[in-house]
Design a protein around this ligand. Structure first.
Ligand code: CAA
Length: 384
């Protein structure tokens, strides 16, 4: 793997860095305080042609290779994890999943609108009783003549309350376990489909999170994604893409912590000198830098495998586990360097801290990532 960025990757990095500094950073604090969803930022990313990320150009995407996509997500994550989450769901969990599993008709119908920002997507897997144990779905899908009837509730769904399109996972035959699961495309406006926003989150306050409620929600038979029985594989393959994007976003949080800590350490004087001159402060910054370098390499390694079309579930789990935990370490130390000021929203580090935490939880907790890595090492297949 060549570790030097290509001219195109460099161009994407510079473009997204400038965009993040000019369009995302100045409004991130206000959007966090007001819990306001930055739809305008999504539209601007769409205008740059980047909202399609690695989606193929024939469906309106940018056709990026995966390291470029990681670089783009990393830069956005440096500015605001709420915007980054919205994008990760839109591109990785929804767009790429439809591209991989959808019929030609579904791809032509939905992908151009997702890439242009005319449609927002969400990924409905988690339920009140099915988090880490994603197989254990209570949502049901029954085929009645030419329509599916979906009943159930999804929770913690990023983009849920603003989504025009939901990928919803449901059980068609409980006896079959994960082989009975299927994925469905449900459009907003479908009778029986509603959403309720979830408020009071620790972080990611300007990204929308909601419950999806399906009450006798009838959808055409053709709205199934893939086949009956593909549901769990669709969910897991989507999460491979989603976790890659979360890992890249966490590299961005670490970078944000480094930038803020260096700035502050040079400015802030104690004992008649900038705190940057104290070795215990340098120690914290050095650890963040080592974490950033290691996390970047893990993300690029996973991206490189994805570019070659190799299934990289374990490598993605390694990258997601390491980068998300590193983002938490960096944010904790960044607050420490800022002292009392770091505890207030006058500086961005408290937001980095609140936003970093969820990256060790959503799209598979750190424990689930370690379980995937450990099972792979030990050759253990089934959890039950
Ligand atoms: N790609 C394709 N197929 C895969 C796969 C992958 N990455 N991983 C597993 N599969 C297949 C297996 O090959 C197996 O298929 P066969 O039976 O045909 O052999 C099948 O799926 C079952 O696999 P497992 O036996 O490994 O399943 P498990 O029940 O033991 O679960 C798990 C494995 C890793 C614990 C999984 O349940 C998991 O990842 N849980 C965490 C769920 C999660 O990340 N939830 C987050 C929700 S999304 C989110 O956060 C939304 C948001 O809005 C941000």
């Amino acid at each position: 793997m060549d570790l030097n960025l290509t001219d195109e990757q460099q161009m994407i990095k510079e473009t997204m860095k400038r965009f993040t500094d000019e369009e995302i950073v100045p409004v991130a604090r206000e959007n966090d305080i007001n819990e306001s969803f930055p739809r305008d930022i999504l539209n601007k990313i769409a205008s740059l042609g980047f909202l399609g990320g690695p989606i193929e150009e024939k469906y309106g995407g940018a056709g990026m290779e995966y390291i470029s996509y990681g670089i783009m997500i990393e830069e956005i994550g440096r500015g605001c994890s709420s915007v980054r989450t919205t994008l990760s769901v839109q591109i990785s969990l929804v767009g790429l999943t439809i591209q991989r599993w959808g019929s030609e008709e579904q791809k032509e119908k939905y992908l151009p609108m997702l890439c242009s920002g005319d449609m927002i997507g969400c990924f409905g897997l988690t339920e009140p009783g099915a988090g880490s144990d994603a197989v254990n779905q209570s949502t049901t899908a029954l085929l009645k003549k030419d329509e599916w009837v979906i009943n159930g509730t999804k929770t913690w769904i990023s983009n849920g309350g603003v989504a025009d399109l939901a990928i919803v996972f449901a059980q068609t035959d409980k006896k079959k376990g994960h082989k009975g699961l299927a994925a469905f495309l449900i459009e907003r406006g479908t009778h029986g489909f509603s959403t309720i926003d979830i408020r009071g989150k620790l972080g990611l306050r300007s990204s929308n999170t909601a419950q999806l409620i399906m009450e006798n929600c009838w959808i055409p038979k053709a709205n199934i994604l893939g086949e009956v029985g593909d549901g769990f594989k669709i969910a897991m393959s989507a999460l491979d893409n989603g976790r890659y994007s979360v890992a890249a976003g966490c590299v961005g949080i670490v970078q944000g912590c480094i930038d803020a800590s260096i700035r502050y350490a040079k400015e802030r004087k104690q004992f008649d000198r900038p705190i940057a001159s104290f070795q215990l402060v340098q120690d914290m910054i050095a650890r963040m830098i080592v974490d950033r370098e290691a996390a970047i390499l893990l993300v690029y390694n996973a991206g490189h495998l994805k570019n070659k079309g190799i299934m990289a579930t374990k490598e993605i789990s390694i990258a997601k586990y390491f980068a998300s935990e590193a983002s938490m370490r960096a944010a904790t130390d960044a607050i420490q360097i800022h002292g009392g000021y770091g505890y207030s929203n006058e500086y961005p580090v408290e937001r980095y801290f609140r936003d970093a935490k969820v990256s060790t939880i959503y799209e598979g907790t750190s424990q689930i990532q370690k379980l995937i890595i450990g099972r792979d090492a030990l050759g253990i297949q089934a959890i039950r």
